[in-house]
Design a protein around this ligand. Structure first.
Ligand code: HEC
Ligand code: HEC
Length: 223
């Protein structure tokens, strides 16, 4: 009996290790690390424990170009729909972020922690934890965790939504390369923050979490 390979369900764990059927869909582990926690110094994000629906959405966004990245776009285009579902579900089953260093003291006005927990209401920016959950652990399928990602990655995403505005020093404006957020929520936030504020809030969330301990389900809730 002849069976086409496509008739078999895609195996998410195998895609992580060996890549998809199309060789252009490179093994995820080579950049997102064997444990799926990413490579902080290179700015490669953590995928372990992210919601399956969020991962699927991002891969479709890379395909569509509403999220532009020279590395991930060709990989997402090379994955089949069933491979996307399989690999997203496999990563979602991996350990989630656990907040190890939750702040115990109130944030200092103007600091990264302040923007994260109180927002910047003079610019209509709500606190990040409103959507991203207490300590940035993420909420449901739509609001990804920020804790557990590296400061470098978080900053790169906020800058991707912001784009570069032309100035006296920097004459060439570059438009945002990420515009995949529902209702432009993140675009408004990123565009309203200064680059210094973006760095500070990325540093804050980027140093909060890790998943070396068992995941505490009670952390995943809306306030
Ligand atoms: C050659 C390196 C490389 C490989 C291989 C790779 N990625 Fe990525 N991935 C990246 C980079 C870099 C980013 C950040 C892109 C950006 O800045 O938008 C990323 C981002 C992502 C994101 C978005 C995460 C988030 O928090 O929004 C997903 C999902 C993803 N990759 C899935 C995969 C999957 C699944 C595979 C394997 C089939 C894979 N990647 C293979 C480099 C890689
Ligand atoms: C009103 C809700 C809301 C608020 C408030 C909010 N976010 Fe988000 N954020 C989102 C949504 C929705 C996404 C996912 C967008 C997508 O699907 O790509 C997101 C994604 C992100 C990402 C990308 C994560 C990744 O894995 O690629 C970063 C970084 C981020 N937000 C930072 C922040 C920061 C910093 C603040 C506070 C200054 C903040 N957000 C406030 C809704 C919000």
């Amino acid at each position: 009996m002849i069976c086409s390979i496509g008739a078999f369900a895609a195996d998410g764990e195998s895609i992580m290790l060996h890549g998809g059927e199309n060789p252009a869909a490179m093994p995820c582990i080579s950049c997102h690390a064997p444990d799926g926690k990413g490579m902080p110094s290179a700015g490669f994000p953590r995928l372990s424990g992210l919601p399956a629906a969020y991962i699927e959405k991002q891969l479709h966004d890379f395909r569509l170009g509403s999220r532009q990245n020279p590395v991930m776009q060709p990989i997402a285009k090379a994955l089949t729909d069933s491979e996307i579902i399989a690999v997203a579900n496999a990563y979602a089953k991996r350990p989630k972020i656990n907040v190890l260093k939750a702040p115990t003291t109130p944030p200092i006005p103007g600091s990264g922690g302040w923007i994260a927990q109180r927002g910047e209401w003079s610019k209509n920016i709500p606190e990040c934890t409103l959507c991203h959950g207490p300590d940035g652990v993420g909420v449901g399928n739509a609001f990804p965790p920020l804790a557990g990602q590296s400061p470098l990655y978080l900053e790169s995403q906020l800058l991707a939504w912001k784009g570069e505005v032309a100035s006296a020093k920097n004459k060439k404006a570059s438009p945002p390369t990420r515009h995949n957020d529902p209702n432009g929520l993140m675009q408004h936030i990123a565009a309203s923050l200064s680059d210094t504020q973006i760095k500070a809030v990325s540093e804050y969330f980027g140093t909060l979490g890790d998943s070396t301990e068992a995941f505490d389900e009670s952390q995943h809730r809306l306030r």
